[in-house]
Design a binder for this molecule. Structure first.
Ligand code: GLN
Length: 472
């Protein structure tokens, strides 16, 4: 059943939401070795289910997400609930307010089943940087789930939740979705309010959905998108009913294929399968156009300068005074900062704060940060030119399927390079959708990425829905 059908079935009292919540909690318990959740919310989830159900029994209206069971990444605040962000420094931090998306979900009557595991402060591509330990891939427990929203991807892949929310700064929704075989969308910058999302790199961060089908992602996006006066970067554009725009036809679309995204380093099974899907789209009437993104080579360097610079600034607030952990005594302030941060932040977060502080420091600012901003503009220009000619762009989401736990953790550069296909969307502010594309010879899923111009989510959802229903 789709989310929409579930809401209808619940209204007709065709299933019992409280039983459903209990089943999912039981499943989460059975699969606890995957480490997908930082915390389940059995009491709150049951209470919400009872509340929705009793309203329906009394003949009162219920929201569009009545019947939906959703999991939330641990960097999205829920009032009164722990928000650890996968970090020791926030181990005991409870948020005093709810994120804009949480308020929307609650009003729409979704049941929030728990907070999902993630890389610390969303910094990572494998979920191995979590204070709570790595999330395991349900298709092969010796492999990573992807990151940083690995717990959300696994919650959906296993059916513990119908859908989930994650955040994507450089690929953190699309990459774990690809590794776990689910749909994941990074909306355009400004489409969804970031209010209540704990910041990593504010000019790149966006909240987005995970689901099993494109239709459910479209449905959930319609619920969470929209302007919010608490986030000045959220745009005041009407929110389409994305589901009604999912017509199964791509014959009026031109789809761009950037050659640079299919070159060395890409697994041949992934490449062959995506090419086969492109041919199926051509046969269905889409016109396929080769395009060029010569700036692709600079994406990773640009991203890791801008993201770390913004992170070093955003994470300055964790000083042992205002939030969470404090180590040392208050007599020596500088020593207290040092002790708190050394003990509270993991290795990767410390590395990024140091890198980011370096690229912002006087004498290096122009050579690194300023230059990266200029390259970002050139990347954006290249993307803008492409979207004058095409409606959507197809690329792989990741160069490989899920790698082994421990395989890349000591080699940050190799880890960073695995984000090569996803960072551009964040740098350019456009939208990107991962949809499952196939499995490799070891049975591991991989996805493909559909990129759309700013606020053109409807177009990539339409292509994604077409592929999901018609291509093999
Ligand atoms: N893997 C990228 C990073 O480590 C992207 C993370 C994200 O999108 N939050 O920064």
């Amino acid at each position: 059943m789709t989310l929409k059908e579930k809401a209808e079935a619940l209204r007709q009292q065709k299933f019992d939401l409280c039983d459903e919540v209990d089943n999912r909690l039981k499943l989460a318990d059975d699969l606890s070795d995957l480490n997908a959740f930082v915390r389940l919310r059995p009491d709150q989830a049951r209470q919400k289910a009872e509340d929705v159900q009793s309203r329906i029994r009394a003949g009162k209206p219920a929201g569009p997400l009545a019947g939906t069971i959703i999991a939330i990444k641990d960097n999205i605040n829920i009032r009164g609930e722990f928000s650890t962000c996968g970090s020791k420094i926030l181990e005991n931090f409870r948020s005093p307010y709810s994120a804009a998306v949480i308020n929307k979900l609650e009003t729409a009557d979704a049941v929030i089943i728990g907070k999902t595991n993630q890389d610390e402060f969303a910094m990572g591509s494998s979920n191995e940087n979590s204070y709570w330990g790595p999330v395991k891939n349900p298709h092969d427990k010796t492999r990573v789930s992807g990151g940083s929203s690995g717990g959300s991807a696994v919650a959906v892949a296993t059916g513990i939740a119908d859908v989930a929310l994650g955040s994507d700064t450089g690929g953190s929704i699309r990459q774990p979705a690809s590794f776990c075989g689910v749909v994941g969308l990074k909306p355009s910058y400004g489409r969804v309010s970031r209010y209540g999302l704990i910041a990593y790199a504010s000019s790149l961060d966006q909240i987005g959905p995970f689901s099993s089908t494109v239709e459910d992602t479209a449905y959930l996006l319609s619920q969470i998108a929209g302007h919010d006066h608490y986030d000045s970067t959220s745009v005041n554009l009407p929110v389409p009913d994305y589901c009604s725009l999912l017509k199964e036809d791509v014959s009026d679309f031109t789809i761009g294929i950037p050659e640079e995204y299919f070159s060395e380093g890409l697994d041949t099974q992934i490449k062959d399968q995506i090419y086969s899907i492109i041919e199926q789209l051509r046969a269905a009437g889409a016109s396929i156009k080769k395009i060029h993104f010569p700036m692709t080579d600079y994406g990773i360097a640009t991203y890791y300068i801008i993201a770390t610079a913004e992170a070093s600034s955003n994470l300055a607030r964790y000083d042992g005074v205002r939030y969470g952990l404090r180590e040392g005594n208050d007599e020596d302030l500088i020593a207290m900062y040092g002790l708190t941060r050394s003990s509270g932040f993991g290795k990767e977060v410390q590395r990024r704060i140091i890198l980011g502080t370096y690229v912002l420091s006087s004498g290096y600012y122009d050579a690194f940060y300023n230059k990266a901003q200029k390259v970002r503009r050139l990347i954006k220009n290249e993307i803008d030119e492409a979207f004058k000619m095409v409606d959507a762009i197809i690329t792989p989401t990741t160069p490989t399927t899920a790698f082994g736990i421990g395989e890349k953790v000591d080699d940050p550069l190799t880890m960073y390079l695995s984000d090569v296909y996803t960072v551009t969307a964040n740098l350019a502010g456009i939208c990107g959708l991962n949809i499952p594309a196939g499995k490799d010879k070891n049975g591991l899923p991989f996805g493909m990425q559909l990129l759309g111009d700013t606020f053109q989510e409807a177009k990539i959802l339409r292509v994604g829905n077409f592929i999901e229903k018609n291509c093999s």
